[in-house]
Write a protein that binds this ligand. Structure first.
Ligand SMILES: Nc1ncnc2c1ncn2[C@@H]1O[C@H](COP(=O)(O)OP(=O)(O)OP(=O)(O)O)[C@@H](O)[C@H]1O
Length: 624
């Protein structure tokens, strides 16, 4: 779990799950170095850092060494950038200025992080009183006029750049607080955080290990921006003459340069140039990090570049293939759906492909219910989504073909589901019953509206006609009071009713194929049987083909004609349900069957029952 959490923090794309955080971190760095913008920014910042660190060695003079015999001098071999109005070497002051300006900017960011980050983490995670109090403090800090506060502090403590930057760090800390708090709020109820809690991890460990990883990336980006702002603010104050004249900072140099702008404009140019370069590099670095973290896109582009030549050849082959895609393999046209050697994969950050469906073949005919069964993660939904054309953008069809009613939706050689072809079928000839009824109904519209609109659009019937039809459909799916449900909003009906509504929606446009993805998982056991009966009944009446995705062999036994068993993305066994239930050939199928609730003895019987064996075998026979 830790790995996936770390991964998700750095690479929001789902396509990276399953990798270790280390792999992802190293690829983020790799991508950063591949980005010219990032490289330029890093080179500039490194150069500035070297200037600052080795100022004592690199500077030919002390920052305040003044040669009054040589004021406002033009550049020569001794003073390579000339001298200022007091005869001080501009190059030496620039170097010492880099030291002070950069470290004080970092101090400002460090103070802001030290206050804003932990407060944001705790407020976001615990909410409640701490969050309320922090919000108050943050509101007060944000309402303070920053410049006036800094001027007051300067008046009270003198012209110390350190004190000014610490104060500015405090003033700017709400930006870190708010950033962190919102990021934490968005994940604190995620299942993996709950799982970490349930597994007994302490709050501190959950926050530092699971939650902190979510804010790490935005904090880095924010810090690049804040450091730039700190340099600008600090220089601004010094430019106004509020800095310590005894210290060489870029702001102080700017102020002095301005006084002599007509005599020696370069005095103003050099510190301004150094500042612009540094702030620009910080902004570029922030952008480059952000781009490097936008994993999915980058992987896509990276792969596109890496395979440009390959793709060009493939594209022309695909074009040629497209012209001839109309003809599916002879003798297979009658199948409603035929999936042939399907492979689905996700490109990973390290350039590899994570195969989630591998060499899967099956077919579904009209009037038939095919069950796809397998444990969680076996690739059932990915197979169903390939047929529906609902795979995420990052997914690639690695191999094989899919045909619907005698035409390819994914022709051999194509690496994406053809959305042009699918959009003509989806919602019209192919419909979908999802797993989570509630989250698939829009809470902003009534159920009636959500049923009527697609019918008007797809079937081209009038609104009145669609309304009558919707009422009938609601009654067909067993809703007792169709009028009331029609007018209700999704939150006003139960989960079972919502699933019935979705089933009504799925059959409303008279499809040829219904794909139901775990249609009963989110429902109460008492409602599950009703919904399964309803699907069976509708399928018989309407003669549609159904693909039922489930992890439950009991559902398969109840409903399906044939079954496909999947494990780790591969097809393990296929056949008529009766045969598979009676004589499963593969060990995996036997294990799945054994895990069915029916046919099992209670695990902890208080009184051993001699009749349990008989009862369990009777239960299994009932299933069969
Ligand atoms: N966007 C994605 N990027 C990378 N891998 C993914 C993505 N979506 C799914 N997977 C992976 O594909 C594999 C198969 O997932 P799929 O959803 O098909 O499983 P399933 O058998 O339907 O399981 P469940 O019953 O839990 O939904 C899993 O290992 C999953 O992690």
């Amino acid at each position: 779990m830790t790995e996936s959490v770390e991964t998700s923090a750095l690479t929001p794309s789902p396509g990276t799950s399953g990798q270790t955080g280390t792999v992802v971190r190293s690829t983020v760095l790799k991508r950063l170095f591949k980005n010219p913008m990032g490289v330029v920014a890093i080179v500039i910042l490194l150069a500035m850092a070297v200037m600052a660190i080795f100022a004592d060695v690199l500077a030919p003079f002390d920052e305040n060494f003044a040669n009054i015999a040589k004021t406002l001098a033009a550049p020569d071999e001794v003073n390579i950038l000339g001298t200022d109005s007091s005869g001080r070497d501009v190059w030496s002051r620039l170097l010492f200025g880099a030291q002070l300006t950069l470290t004080s900017a970092l101090l400002c960011a460090a103070v802001a992080i030290a206050i804003g980050l932990p407060a944001g983490l705790v407020a976001g995670y615990y909410a409640g009183r701490f969050e309320a109090v922090s919000n108050w403090v943050v509101s007060i800090l944000m309402s303070l006029p920053g410049l006036i506060v800094l001027l007051t502090i300067r008046a009270a403590f003198g012209p110390s750049v350190w004190i000014a930057m610490i104060a500015f760090g405090v003033l700017i800390s709400p930006s870190y607080f708010r950033l962190t708090r919102s990021a934490v709020q968005s994940v604190r109820n995620e299942l993996y955080v709950d799982a970490a809690r349930v597994s007994g991890l302490s709050d501190m460990r959950i926050i530092t290990r699971h939650i902190f990883s979510v804010v790490r990336a935005p904090i880095i980006i924010q810090t690049a921006a804040i450091a730039g702002v700190a340099i600008a603010i600090q220089s601004g104050l010094e430019f106004l003459g509020l800095g310590d004249p005894a210290k060489a900072t870029w702001g102080v140099m700017l102020s002095e340069g301005f006084k002599n702008v007509y005599l020696t404009p370069t005095l103003l140019f050099w510190p301004a140039f150094a500042m612009a370069l540094t702030i620009g590099a910080l902004v570029l670095l922030g952008n480059a990090i952000r781009d490097a973290l936008e994993d999915g896109e980058k992987i896509k582009h990276g792969r596109q570049k890496a395979h440009q030549a390959e793709n060009a050849a493939a594209a022309s082959a695909t074009k040629a293939a497209r012209k001839t895609i109309a003809a599916v393999e002879a003798g297979t046209e009658h199948h409603l759906v035929k999936v042939t050697n399907l492979g689905v994969g996700y490109p990973q950050a390290d350039g590899s492909i994570k195969k989630v469906v591998d060499d899967v073949s099956f077919h579904v005919d009209r009037g038939e219910i095919l069950g796809i069964v397998g444990e969680s993660g076996s690739g059932k939904s990915q197979t169903a989504f390939s047929i529906l054309g609902l795979l995420p953008d990052t997914a690639r069809i690695e191999a094989g073909a899919i045909q619907f009613d005698g035409n390819y939706t994914v022709a051999p050689g194509e690496d994406k589901v053809n959305q042009d072809r699918l959009s003509k079928l989806r919602g019209k000839r192919i419909s979908y019953i999802p797993q989570e009824p509630m989250s698939n109904l829009d809470p902003a519209f009534t159920i009636g509206y959500q049923l009527v609109t697609p019918m008007v659009r797809v079937l081209g019937i009038s609104k009145a006609e669609a309304t009558t039809r919707a009422m009938k459909l609601l009654s067909d799916v067993g809703i007792v009071n169709p009028e009331r449900t029609f007018k209700a909003y999704p939150h006003e009906v139960s989960g079972g009713m919502a699933q019935r509504v979705l089933i009504a929606g799925a059959i409303s446009c008279e499809p040829d194929l219904i794909i139901a993805d775990e249609p009963t998982t989110a429902l109460d056991v008492t409602v599950q049987a009703d919904v399964l009966d309803l699907i069976r009944d509708l399928q018989r009446r309407l003669g549609v083909g159904v693909i039922l995705v489930t992890h439950n062999f009991g559902v398969v036994a109840d409903l399906c004609d044939r079954v496909v068993v999947m494990q780790n993305g591969r097809l393990v066994e296929e056949g008529p349900v009766r045969d598979i239930l009676r004589e499963p050939k593969e060990t995996y199928t036997q294990t799945l069957l054994a895990s069915m609730l029916e046919g099992k003895e209670p695990m902890s019987m208080l009184v051993p029952s001699t009749s349990s064996a008989t009862a369990s075998s009777t239960a299994k026979e009932n299933v069969l």
